[in-house]
Design a protein around this ligand. Structure first.
Ligand SMILES: [Zn+2]
Length: 619
């Protein structure tokens, strides 16, 4: 009877196709394999047919594997490999797992753990060969592929070794899956450090997440202004987020901005709110913008380098209001903020992708096929169910916007089709650029100012100088008594508004213009690099501010390291501001910046003149 039962069980097992794993080799290997089988979910190899064998062998690269230090192993040393259903493990690794009991600071920390990891890695390759998990579109989007494809041997775009537990994961999709499987099974912190990858692996490999670590939702808000960059940490805890919006900046003037810019907006509720609801839409100063940009520390954005992928593509997290001002005021572009329809689970997944991308991702920026829009589409698609993500099939920011509007019943909060600009504005979707108001002012002032000779405002903005305008304003102030009092007041108010805008615009563009000159002049660049903190702050990466063991930092890592960073930054800024100013002045006094200095001087005079004029016409 027992025999029949045993036969039946083994017959059923064959039907299910479950593979058995057997090993030949030393007791160390057999024990490790038994432990790994206990760690992996039962049925891990159910879809592999036939027996899987594990053996130990002195590998060719074992001769280069002499070190006893886990963190000093030469590149290129192999620990094992899988060929179809047969797995081979390095004899040297097994030997070290048995004899070396030290704990190290890198990777899996002990040789014993590393042996377990290598077994999990190779068994996962066997599973992947049968199930094709590494080519799952969501996995490709999470690890960051240029284009979703069916070849698991293609290289991964992310190259950010600084935040990787094992940069071998970047070799290709198959290795990426195998390396990450090691960590999701063995490291309880993995789900906090790579939450999006952990979610995916848990689902596809049936590995339960443990919930033992404290995930940190803190990110460091970035800014184009050195004094604001990394000056505060903000929480993107999904329980405090009312909505996620697709944020689209319309077409602008320069080559790079002609097709618009694709971003996201996190509608985060102010801390004093007890309820997360539509009222949080008013808490704009707490909202954040997520924006994929080419990280160009060299501000001379070079078109050819962009096309051929010379720039890293990164996710930046900035204050929504700064981004809104940048587009509507400086670039004079409309922005559209369209709510996305996400369930609370999808929203939490969206935040996990955000955390992982922010702390670990550096892809390559290609203007054509890996740009802000394709990055945004991939980011969103990970969180959305397949049927919905298929509705967004476009690779330009404008087309993504159109896709969302067209399918707004499925992707947004009800139908948005056919709304005109007024309706879009009333619903808070459109924030108009400052262009109409400025242009009207420009056309109004034009007849009175000889240097306002361009017919279009854009051309005027590119060419105008404060030196020219000052001449016009002086003449105007001299002749102002000839105008009627109503006209005088109106003109003075408009002039002051217009001039304030132009001065602000000049000051905002000054650092970029200065950097452009610096790029062309080696001596100047050397001087400026001595200038220190302010500019260096702009080129810092989040993972240089808070250096996690790998992936996203935990609560403890953020707390201790960011506090230290802020303290150092405060004293540095305080002690060096004086010195920097005098250095900056000496650099600005060089002949290269004659035009800028003259401009700043003229701006000072125009400001005095316009405010005097206001007083004068009101007397
Ligand atoms: Zn491998």
């Amino acid at each position: 009877m027992k025999l029949i039962l045993a036969l039946m069980i083994s017959f059923l097992a064959t039907l299910a196709g479950a593979a058995t794993i057997s090993s030949e080799g030393s007791p160390t290997l057999r024990e490790a394999l038994a432990e790994v089988q206990g760690l992996l979910p039962s049925g891990y190899l159910d879809r592999v047919s036939g027996a899987v064998t594990v053996r130990e062998l002195a590998l060719n690269t074992d001769v280069h594997f002499r070190t006893e230090d886990l963190c000093q192993i030469e590149e290129g040393v192999e620990f094992g490999y899988a060929r179809r259903r047969s797995i081979t493990i390095s004899k040297r690794l097994i030997e070290l797992a048995a004899t070396n009991t030290r704990t190290f600071s890198c990777g899996h920390r002990t040789f014993r753990k590393m042996l377990l990891a290598v077994l999990i890695h190779e068994i996962t390759h066997v599973k992947d060969n049968a199930e094709r998990i590494s080519t799952d579109p969501d996995f490709q989007r999470i690890v960051g592929m240029k284009r979703v494809q069916s070849n698991s041997r293609r290289a991964v775009m992310n190259r950010n070794a600084a935040t990787s537990a094992d940069p071998y994961e970047f070799k290709n999709l198959a290795e990426s899956l195998a390396v990450n499987a090691e960590y999701v099974v063995l490291d309880p912190e993995f789900e906090c450090r790579k939450p999006a990858t952990a979610r995916f692996l848990s689902r596809r490999l049936s590995v339960p997440l443990r919930g033992e670590c404290r995930k940190s939702y803190r990110v460091l808000s970035q800014s184009a202004f050195p004094e604001d960059n990394y000056s505060v940490s903000v929480s993107i805890d999904p329980s405090r987020i009312y909505q996620v919006h697709y944020l689209f900046a319309g077409q602008g003037q320069s080559i790079m901005s002609r097709w618009g810019h694709a971003m996201f907006r996190l509608v985060i509720c102010a801390p004093e709110r007890t309820r997360v609801g539509p009222e949080c839409l008013d808490d704009v100063s707490h909202h954040l913008a997520l924006t994929y940009r080419a990280n160009v520390t060299d501000p001379n954005l070079n078109y050819a380098r962009g096309v051929f992928g010379g720039y890293p593509s990164q996710l930046f997290i900035m204050r929504y209001l700064e981004v809104q001002q940048e587009y509507t005021k400086l670039d004079l572009r409309d922005i559209f903020s369209v709510p996305l329809r996400l369930s609370r689970t999808e929203l939490a997944e969206f935040v996990d992708v955000t955390l992982e991308r922010y702390w670990t991702y550096q892809g390559r920026y290609y203007f054509i096929d890996n740009n802000c829009a394709t990055e945004a589409a991939k980011h969103l698609a990970i969180a959305l169910p397949d049927a919905q993500s298929r509705l967004i099939g476009s690779i330009t920011p404008l087309k993504i916007y159109n896709d969302i509007i067209r399918h707004s019943a499925e992707l947004s909060d009800g139908s948005l089709r056919g709304l005109d600009r007024d309706q879009l504005r009333q619903r808070g979707i459109l924030v108009e650029s400052m262009f109409p108001r400025l242009n009207e002012t420009y056309q109004y002032l034009k007849p009175h100012m000889p240097s306002f000779s361009e017919s279009s405002l854009q051309r005027f903005l590119r060419k105008t100088s404060a030196v020219d305008r000052l001449r016009d304003y002086e003449a105007f102030a001299g002749a102002v008594q000839e105008l009627s009092s109503a006209l005088r007041k109106e003109a003075a108010l408009r002039l002051s508004f217009f001039e304030r805008y132009l001065a602000g615009r000049f000051m905002q563009e000054l650092p970029r213009r200065a950097m452009e000159k610096v790029e062309r002049d080696d001596a100047l660049r050397r001087e400026l690099s001595n200038l220190g903190e302010g500019l260096r702050l702009l080129t810092l990466q989040p993972w240089e501010v808070v250096d996690a063991r790998y992936g996203a930092p935990t609560e403890e890592e953020v707390e201790s390291q960011f506090t230290r960073f802020l303290e150092a930054r405060r004293t540095q800024v305080r002690t060096s501001t004086e010195r920097q100013l005098s250095q900056l002045q000496s650099i600005l006094e060089k002949p290269h910046f004659e035009a800028e200095l003259a401009e700043i001087e003229a701006l000072r005079k125009t400001r005095k003149l316009t405010s005097d004029l206001i007083i004068q016409v009101n007397q």
